[in-house]
Design a protein around this ligand. Structure first.
Ligand code: 3H9
Length: 708
């Protein structure tokens, strides 16, 4: 028998005998909105004041327990009650409180569970404190309660790593008390609560126990961890705050430690890193909602063909195999297909060697792979991805074959990074089926997938490409057809800006250092050495005839390539790589080549500060980003951001180049472009979109929200 008592829409309460069951119901993920917080507070108070209630059970409706604080509320004026207040009220309850967890209990969600007195979880539960991924730290007692339940080191791993753990691990760590079989969290929780009542189990407040048994040992651990984290986290703010909050908890009374945690949490909330990371979180969820994914249904996608077994083709094949789909690879002759198969196998052999997969698992995956020298074997494929040599005639020849053999309705994709996909589509009888799928190398690892949409393609083909990205766990960004699409088109501009700076007096090493200090894992010249200078060289030669004769052209890279110095694979490029070293050392001969080029160009070298290097680098990137948005090549500024976050190593905590531009102010970016234009007005033409936004006092974010 259950007696109905007042509920809010977001937290419904009902009586099950002596147990008050509070169900959090705030789709899609039960985020802790102000209404949920109010509802939880009311439930705790109702449990306390109702003499017939002897225990409180917290459970989530739908897919999971609670996914955390409502991220959309960050940066807005706070609404009462605060989550710490709610958690403290739950913990203070004089009757046992049980949290029954299924699906996710993340961030504030796990903090609610840790404030309860007992925790039970279903086997599918994922428990985590991922705040660090958003530039935050647990702010509702997590830094104090997690170490008390789990021990210092496991709690710090949970908070600093940001990755959730499963139910079994949580049980072993002491984070939960029990695992229940089945799929009904409410029933399991109720049974547990009744058992607790039957055994007269006491209220058990996490905050009552000490944070660490041996404070001196804990202090030493934290000191070491802080030093390691400072090194590893490359300028991130919140990991050190997490350690600081835990350390303070060693000495402070629990309530004061909570107040201190709150103070540090608010510092994180106010940091631009939090704004950048939350922007990245939502932008990554926006990019998948391209118009065609709403207007059309994807076509069937059960088998994939790949044409070409080089590095790119093999990487794509691995990505598709990893998604559980069968792959047929076609190459022009037996030797090439043998090489293609070997390229695929090499990836799995590497994983076997590292102990990441078993030889049996490799065999299972390879059983889905077949190689062929006949296009006819692609007749059954739902999707064929072409990854052959980057040359228009070669690509058109492949597409003529595909047009001949592919079944009606098969999606025909090209992995070109520069070529005109409209021209490829126009060369066959079914342009509506042709799309660009621009993978990044190594294709089985890199997250970004540019989905390049030519004029004649049908909407369901675009929707299929997004479906593929989902299966492959890639981050898809919709791009229009132009030279370089979103990413490489913008890259070409800031790379040029970097080359100009080198000719004007900065060394490649200074530029790389400035770019790394900004938060990138590598600078542009290191990237060039890694990718191979020959690729860019071939592109420059191809474009030489169409280059604007008035445009400034720096020849340093050509001088380096002419010597056969293509980077890591040849042992030297901009850097020296003695005996196959992975990190390069500066090369005096490269500096001499640069000097000679400066003299030839009649340039008087000058010094560049790291700050000026980044001003120019970013101004070139942002200005071209604005052009890409203005021309509709990217749907919105956030699509540019996601492209650079997922494919080009842009520091995530800065949110992407367009978010960064908003952070420093578009007026400042425009002023920079105009200042640099005084030296080179042809290169530094302010983007009309940038000019317009500044004139209207708007930012890029205002364009992200259009159409909502
Ligand atoms: C925190 O808790 C701070 C506290 O310590 C202290 C406070 C004082 N809020 O990812 P999906 C939306 S910090 C608002 O596509 P999935 C999401 O935007 C928080 N909205 O689904 C999307 O909306 P739309 C710590 C949220 O099944 C929809 O839900 N928690 C939130 O692949 C579906 O999401 C986290 O960091 C949220 N917290 O994955 C967890 N979460 O449909 C962040 C999701 O309009 N969330 N949305 O695009 C996740 O990791 C994943 O979303 C989750 C579901 C695993 C939950």
């Amino acid at each position: 028998m259950s007696t109905p008592i007042p509920s809010t829409a977001a937290v419904q309460t009902r009586r099950e005998g002596a147990v008050l069951v509070a169900t959090i119901d705030n789709p899609p993920v039960n985020a802790l909105s102000a209404e949920v917080r109010r509802g939880l507070l009311q439930a705790a108070e109702a449990a306390e004041s109702d003499p017939e209630v002897r225990a409180l059970l917290l459970v989530g409706a739908g897919r999971g327990f609670i996914a955390g604080a409502d991220i959309r509320e960050f940066g807005k004026p706070p609404l009462p009650p605060s989550l710490p207040e709610v958690c403290n009220r739950i913990e203070a309850c004089s009757k046992p409180v049980v949290a029954a967890i299924h699906g996710v209990a993340l961030g504030g969600g796990l903090e609610v569970a840790m404030a309860a007195h007992y925790r039970i979880a279903l086997p599918d539960a994922k428990l985590g404190l991922p705040e660090v991924n958003l530039g935050l730290m647990p702010g509702s007692g997590g830094t104090q309660r997690a170490p008390r339940l789990m021990g210092l080191r496991p709690a710090l791993d949970l908070m600093l790593g940001g990755r959730p753990i499963g139910a079994t691990e949580a049980l072993e760590a002491g984070l939960i008390d029990r695992i229940a079989e089945g799929n009904d969290a409410a029933a399991a929780g109720l049974e547990y609560a009744l058992q607790l009542l039957a055994t007269r189990a006491a209220v058990r407040r996490t905050g009552d126990s000490p944070l660490a048994a041996d404070r001196e040992a804990a202090r030493a651990t934290l000191k070491q961890l802080a030093a390691d984290t400072a090194k590893k986290s490359r300028g991130l703010f919140s990991p050190l705050k997490i350690i600081e909050a835990v350390e303070a908890g060693l000495d402070l009374p629990f309530e004061e430690a909570l107040r201190n945690e709150r103070k540090l949490f608010l510092q994180c909330i106010d940091s631009p890193q939090r704004a950048g990371l939350v922007h990245a979180f939502f932008a990554e969820r926006e990019v998948v909602k391209a118009p065609e994914t709403r207007s059309a249904k994807p076509r069937a996608l059960a088998s994939v063909g790949v044409v070409g077994g080089g590095t790119m083709g093999a990487g794509i094949a691995v990505a598709v195999l990893d998604a559980g789909l069968p792959v047929t690879m076609v190459e022009r002759d037996e030797a090439s297909i043998a090489r293609g198969r070997a390229n695929v196998e090499k990836v799995y052999d590497g994983l076997v060697q590292k102990g990441r997969i078993t030889p049996d698992a490799k065999a299972t995956v390879m059983a889905r792979f077949s190689g062929s020298t006949s296009y006819a074997d692609l007749a059954g494929a739902d999707l064929v991805i072409e990854a052959v040599f980057e040359d228009m005639d070669v690509k058109k020849a492949v597409f003529a074959e595909l047009d001949r053999v592919a079944k009606p309705g098969a999606v025909l994709a090209t992995n070109t990074s520069y070529l005109d996909i409209d021209a490829i589509a126009a060369s066959i009888s079914r342009p509506q089926d042709v799309i660009g799928l621009h993978f990044f190398s190594p294709a089985n690892i890199m997250k970004l997938l540019e989905i390049v949409v030519p004029a004649k393609v049908s909407a369901d083909v675009v929707a299929t490409a997004f479906e593929l990205a989902k299966k492959l766990k890639k981050v898809p960004v919709r791009a229009g057809v132009c030279d370089g699409f979103i990413g490489n088109r913008i890259l070409a501009k800031y790379r040029q800006a970097a080359d100009f700076m080198v000719e004007d007096g900065a060394s490649p090493y200074e530029i790389d250092e400035a770019v790394r200090a900004f938060g990138y894992p590598m600078g542009p010249f290191q990237v060039s050495d890694l990718a191979g200078g020959d690729i860019g060289w071939a592109t420059r030669k191809r474009k030489a005839t169409t280059r604007d004769p008035r445009a400034r052209y720096v020849q340093i890279a050509d001088r380096i390539c002419e010597r056969g110095w293509f980077g890591q694979k040849t042992g030297r490029g901009y850097y020296l790589y003695p005996q196959g070293a992975r990190t390069g050392t500066p090369d005096p001969e490269v500096l001499a080549i640069i000097d000679a080029e400066r003299q030839r160009a009649g340039v008087q070298p000058r010094r560049f500060s790291a700050e000026e290097i980044m001003r120019r680098y970013m101004a070139a990137m942002i200005n071209e980003g604005a052009n890409v948005v203005r021309e509709g090549i990217a749907l919105r500024p956030l699509d540019v951001d996601v492209t650079f976050l997922s494919g080009y190593g842009f520091p995530r905590y800065r949110g992407g180049p367009m978010k960064y531009a908003d952070t420093i102010g578009l007026a400042r970016v425009l002023a920079d472009v105009r200042e640099f234009a005084q030296e080179d007005p042809l290169f530094w033409q302010p983007s009309p979109l940038l000019v317009e936004l500044v004139a209207q006092g708007r930012n890029f974010e205002s364009l992200n929200r259009l159409g909502e």
